[in-house]
Design a protein around this ligand. Structure first.
Ligand code: F0G
Length: 466
């Protein structure tokens, strides 16, 4: 089953919360937006948020916290060492995610940095179910080379595979034969793979991977940034999981892996924070040594006590069925409207975002003119809706040849923050995308006027090609 029917028994559904605090947002005029996007070098990362109407740049750190999380903020124990909030967080990580040891970090990439320094040596290879920008960069900075081992279907926006986050074990086998297991410190597995369109990995595939890794003495690192969303898809699609709770599926996923990096700004609904978790006390010792160098003492890493408390509480909320169903429901509600209007999007629809297929939507532009970047800018101009490029600009350049990585997926991500917008905002967004789709031919390509060396998509600047 690929589609999810959120409207069951022909009844409407609604978000499982009511709104206690509101933050006004303002629609700008077209001339204002023309000036803003030119000022931003046609890069939506460089827009001021005050110039944005509906902000779908990212679901990272943009969630609305609950009353319970805000109440927890008042219980922040801002001791330098041994804050009680650290112990609450540590207990939540062990209870819900199974990992025995944990060091907090300022966000996900802080954990990726420490992990890569501990486990990756120069000349190593790190296979993964597709890359993520910061994850791959930290592997490379430690001297490693990322190898994509996701199933081929993940690179095809139309392939209706229910678990496009699955690992292709044959690709792993080929890699081991080529370089040897000793040069593969771990396999990096993301749950609900961001760059593939928010696509889940199946429990069956992860179990098979566990066996394979045990056979070769290779660890599994879990990028668990969107693990609850992955669990929802397993419950919906994988035989044997229909009657299982999201909490128990999340726990089972985590327990199949050895270490985890977490950007808590996503699933766990805090505005800042993350951690590196593991079961091996020796690796924990090393993580404690490094965290004090790069983040902070091992009982706060990069986080304030109050933020650790909000995170401990957010973890519990993130695995409630009604929450996760509505969260993914909102994404699918938007996707449904776009599919009805025949806007090309990645299918099946993923967990955190709708991904527009810019290659098809702007088929008149070659990939070297950055169709996804141009589409994100055009959508902003049309409507004030902010989205994000996930294509050739994000993929960066090959560290050996200096050439652009040219990914098969050239996408624009409409990322839905958790508990922030209503279905009416989704309606407005859908109308804006449909309007751009109808005049797609008018959208011009872009070229760089400034290209940073690392993670270029964040700060690059562009101008339209004449
Ligand atoms: N892993 C995944 C799968 C992510 O999506 C992110 C961040 C990170 C790691 C890094 O975590 O930002 O806390 O340092 N993704 C954000 C996004 C930036 O918009 O998708 P971070």
């Amino acid at each position: 089953m690929i589609t999810i029917t959120f409207r069951k028994d022909n009844k409407s559904w609604a978000e499982p919360y009511k709104i206690k605090v509101v933050e006004p947002i303002k629609m700008t005029s077209r001339p204002e937006r023309e000036a803003a996007i030119a000022e931003a070098g046609y890069n939506t990362f460089l827009l001021r948020s005050a110039d944005v109407y509906i902000d779908l740049l990212t679901d990272s750190g943009t969630s609305a916290m609950s009353d319970n999380q805000w109440a927890g903020m008042m219980l922040g124990d801002e001791a330098y060492a041994g804050s009680r909030n650290f112990y609450n967080l540590r207990d939540a990580v062990e209870q819900y995610y199974s990992y025995r040891y944990m060091v907090p970090t300022h966000q996900g990439r802080g954990a990726e940095h420490i992990l890569s320094r501990i486990l990756v040596k120069p000349g190593d290879f790190v296979p993964g179910n597709m890359y993520f920008t910061t994850t791959r960069l930290h592997q490379e900075l430690a001297g490693g080379t990322f190898v994509d081992v996701i199933v081929d279907e993940a690179h095809d926006p139309d392939a209706l595979h229910p678990f496009k986050g699955d690992v292709d074990l044959d690709k792993l086998e080929t890699l081991v034969q080529k370089v040897g297991a000793k040069r593969i410190p771990y396999v990096c597995i993301a749950t609900c793979v961001n760059m593939a369109g928010g696509q889940p990995i199946s429990m069956g595939n992860l179990k098979a991977l566990r066996q394979w890794c045990d056979k070769h003495g290779i660890l599994i690192v879990h990028d668990m940034t969107r693990v609850a969303e992955n669990a929802f898809f397993i419950k919906e699609r994988e035989p044997g999981y229909q009657d299982r709770s999201i909490a128990s599926i999340v726990h089972e996923l985590c327990a199949l892996t050895d270490l985890a990096t977490m950007s808590a700004k996503k699933d766990a609904m805090v505005n800042i924070g993350g951690f590196l978790a593991m079961n091996d006390p020796k690796l924990y010792e090393k993580a404690c040594e490094l965290v004090v160098v790069y983040e902070g003492l091992h009982t706060y890493g990069g986080m304030a006590g109050r933020d650790m408390e909000a995170l401990a509480r957010g973890i519990v909320e993130s695995i409630e069925y009604e929450h996760i169903r509505a969260r993914i429901g909102q994404v699918h509600y938007l996707a449904q409207k776009l599919m009805e209007a025949e806007v090309p999007i990645v299918k099946p629809v993923g967990g955190h975002a709708v991904f527009l297929d810019a290659k098809r939507l702007l088929s008149h532009l070659p990939q070297e003119q950055f169709p996804a970047q141009a589409l994100a800018a055009a959508l902003y101009l049309e409507s004030g809706v902010r989205s994000m490029e996930r294509g050739i600009v994000s993929a960066g350049r090959d560290k050996e040849t200096g050439k652009h990585h040219a990914p098969k997926l050239e996408l624009v991500r409409l990322t839905i923050p958790r508990r922030v917008y209503t279905q009416a905002h989704m309606d407005v967004t859908a109308e804006a995308v449909i309007a751009v789709h109808q005049q797609a031919r008018k959208v011009k390509g872009l070229r760089f006027t400034y290209e940073p060396e690392m993670l270029r998509f964040f700060q690059a600047r562009f101008e339209p090609v004449a």
